[in-house]
Design a protein around this ligand. Structure first.
Ligand SMILES: Cc1ncc(C[n+]2csc(CCOP(=O)(O)OP(=O)(O)O)c2C)c(N)n1
Ligand code: SF4
Ligand SMILES: [Mg+2]
Length: 480
């Protein structure tokens, strides 16, 4: 490995920063900022260690958000705090790639802390470069998880207080306590001596990654003169005199030599193979997908315990059996205890952008509260299907949607189990679909019931019976 300090710009950087809309020669960092120093260390190390072509630099949300302007390697910009999660995807799908998860104290220690900690705990093969400048730099100096006690920021104008905001987070100490990480060191981007140590630590972490040994964390104490409202000398002094006593510079863990290279099962990414696995136990019908001319966006709502979630699941399963994309999103929480429960279901021949259905084109309701609460959300010319055994039209019915009803609970009760009112609603749904000419689902309803209740085989026959009875009933269009 080339280890000599070189003068001039590293070839790890683009020759010209063409991705920058304005100045193509300089970085955007303020004078005296630690980010610029660390960028240089990274660029040089990735060239010297011959990792450039396989390196993926993950830029955080924070002042380093534009890191991809500078590094001549693969790069990705991610949502705030999500670098270790995206990095996990990269190294798991392409284990030969290298990932630098570059994160500030807000990005890593606040919004993204769980993502970070879980990646560390899984021992992902990556290097996390944690820039601890004790402040939110990009957003003009708010308090960070690592802001020191008594340090003034715009959101702690009297200084951080342990009683009010707790003590600054010692990230390296916490991560070193986990079993998986192999290397954890805290360094500082201040004096030449400290920068030399930072350079060494970074290279060690990167070598670990090259050897596929797992997770390395390097915490860089760094200055933000602009938001500290200090000169660069004062900033270095603040790091030396205030930060280092609380965040000691230290190698907390270095056990790479004790670990063998990680070998993880290769994930299956080939589309056809994924389909085969997903649909293996479902039905051969899935291999000839139906084409829907429009998406079905449903909301099924009622009391917890009425089977609205299973109703949604049955409908989603039908879609799955016919080879189209489906999503099923239940709403849990306090609503489950006797209050309303609901789920969103989408059936689509295309991609499903969001599984949450806010404007259903079909609303299936099993209690009055859900009728009153959701009917105003139904999309223009949409349909509300309700159980008229105990639900009435809302006080202010809309003129631009249809209200269809079936005595679901009565049908189910007469058949022997009022609990199967949801299967009666499925029957109503089948009738509505055949009204739309969507008979291609015809042969999967019963199979969907069987599949949904395969762990409760004793309820299958009754559900199918109620479904069939309901399908024979005429659905009423309610007067408005
Ligand atoms: C989801 C989301 N929440 C909040 C923000 C606002 N925001 C932008 S950067 C940032 C924190 C930056 O601080 P840090 O991670 O310490 O990076 P620094 O700028 O100090 O290097 C925040 C809260 C955002 N962009 N996205
Ligand atoms: S605001 Fe602070 S962290 Fe951001 S570039 Fe300027 S000095 Fe660096
Ligand atoms: Mg910061």
């Amino acid at each position: 490995m080339e280890n000599k300090v070189k003068l001039g710009r590293s070839t790890g950087f683009f020759e010209s920063f063409d991705r920058r809309p304005s100045n193509k020669t300089n970085m955007h960092y303020c004078p005296g900022c630690g980010h610029g120093i660390l960028h240089k260390l990274i660029a040089e190390a990735m060239v010297d260690l011959d990792m450039q072509t396989k390196m993926v630099f993950i830029a955080p949300v924070g002042c380093a958000v534009f890191g991809y302007y500078y590094f001549d390697c693969n790069s990705i910009s991610v949502a705030h705090g999500r670098a270790p999660a995206v990095g996990t995807g990269i190294v798991r799908t392409n284990p030969d790639n290298f990932v630098i998860s570059y994160q500030g104290d807000g990005d890593l220690g606040a919004i993204g802390f769980n993502n970070f900690l879980q990646a560390a705990n899984r021992g992902e093969n990556m290097v996390v470069c944690f820039v601890n400048n004790a402040i939110y730099g990009m957003t003009s100096g708010q308090m960070a998880p690592t802001t020191l006690i008594d340090q003034k920021t715009v959101t702690s104008p009297y200084g951080r207080s342990a009683d009010n905001e707790g003590f600054p987070l010692k990230v390296s100490e916490m991560v070193a306590a986990l079993t998986s990480p192999i290397y954890v060191e805290r360094v500082a981007l201040t004096s030449p001596k400290n920068i030399r140590q930072a350079r060494k630590a970074l290279r060690k972490g990167m070598q670990n990654m090259k050897d596929k040994k797992g997770f390395s964390l390097i915490e860089f104490l760094s200055g933000c003169p602009v938001n500290f409202k200090m000169t660069t000398d004062e900033t270095d002094n603040f790091i030396e005199k205030e930060m280092i006593p609380y965040f000691p510079l230290k190698c907390f863990k270095d056990i790479a030599d004790e670990r063998s290279p990680i070998v993880r099962p290769k994930p299956i990414t080939a589309k056809e193979k994924v389909k085969e696995i997903l649909f293996e136990n479902i039905t051969p019908l899935a291999k000839e997908p139906v084409t829907l001319t429009r998406d079905y966006k449903l909301k099924c709502a009622g009391f917890g315990g009425q089977g609205v979630l299973s109703l949604g699941l049955m409908i989603a399963t039908m879609g799955k059996m016919r080879g189209i994309n489906v999503s099923w999103l239940p709403a849990y929480g306090p609503e489950m205890r006797g209050g309303t429960a609901n789920c969103s279901v989408v059936l689509s021949s295309g991609f499903i952008g969001a599984p949450l259905v806010e404007k259903p084109n079909i609303l299936v309701v099993l209690n009055q509260a859900s009728m009153d609460r959701f009917h105003n959300d139904v999309a223009l010319f949409g349909v509300v299907v309700y159980d008229s055994t105990h639900i009435e039209l809302p006080k202010d019915p809309r003129k631009d949607i249809k209200y269809l009803s079936i005595e679901a609970t009565k049908i189910a009760k007469d058949a022997g189990s009022a609990k199967c009112a949801n299967a009666a609603m499925l029957g109503a749904f089948a009738t509505i679909l055949s009204g739309f000419g969507k008979t291609e689902f015809e042969d999967v309803f019963e199979e969907a019931i069987r599949k949904t209740f395969e762990l409760k085989p004793e309820v299958i026959d009754m559900n199918i019976k109620v479904f069939k009875l309901a399908k024979q009933q005429t659905i009423k269009t309610s007067e408005r």
